[in-house]
Design a protein around this ligand. Structure first.
Ligand code: NI
Length: 184
């Protein structure tokens, strides 16, 4: 099932999401629906708050990047209750976009390498080192679980330049080619 994507201006995108508990109803189906929603909108990552569920879960499939970033090949996972336990000093600038901010793209600086901990769909714990596009998409999605979006990370100047556009979007003035909604 394809869920509508919640657009900037929706209050759920600004909430700190709750941990997923083992009694979460039909988790496998929910994860499947998240992948389906992400593919339907040509995304490479989708966090549960973006479909209106304020829980700490996101899905990633970085395969579309694999031509330019080989580490993206086969990087397809669901991440439950993820944590970033280490981040490199080295930063990397990358042009990001977000399904919740249709049409907006900006260069964002983030650590190049991170070590993460998370549970998989069977609630098995994993610790992994992520680099390049893996680390990039993970950090973008992770922000969504804390009520943040990528434009929060821009310089004060970039934020000022974007302000009008984001204000308009928050008021319902946006276009997207996929199912979406905005709930204040
Ligand atoms: Ni996003």
């Amino acid at each position: 099932m394809v869920y509508p994507v919640y657009i900037y201006g929706s209050s759920v995108l600004r909430k700190v999401a709750e941990e997923v508990t083992p009694d979460f109803p039909d988790l496998d189906k929910f994860i499947e629906d998240m992948f389906e929603t992400m593919y339907d909108s040509d995304g490479v990552g989708l966090a549960a708050p973006q479909i209106g569920k304020s829980v700490r879960l996101f899905v990633i499939d970085a395969d579309p990047f694999s031509e330019d970033y080989p580490e993206g090949k086969g990087f397809k996972r669901a991440f439950i209750n993820p944590e970033i336990i280490e981040a490199s000093e080295e930063k990397w600038l990358f042009n990001e976009g977000c399904l919740s901010l249709p049409g907006v793209r900006e260069d964002v600086e983030r650590p190049a390498e991170i070590t993460v901990r998370y549970l998989d769909a069977k609630f098995e714990p994993h610790t992994e080192k992520l680099t390049g596009i893996q680390a990039r998409v993970f950090q973008h999605e992770f922000d969504h679980l804390n009520g943040e979006v990528f434009t929060d990370r821009l310089s004060p100047l970039r934020k000022t330049l974007l302000k009008n556009r984001l204000d308009k979007m928050a008021k319902g003035n946006f276009k997207a080619s996929y199912r979406c909604k905005q709930v204040k």
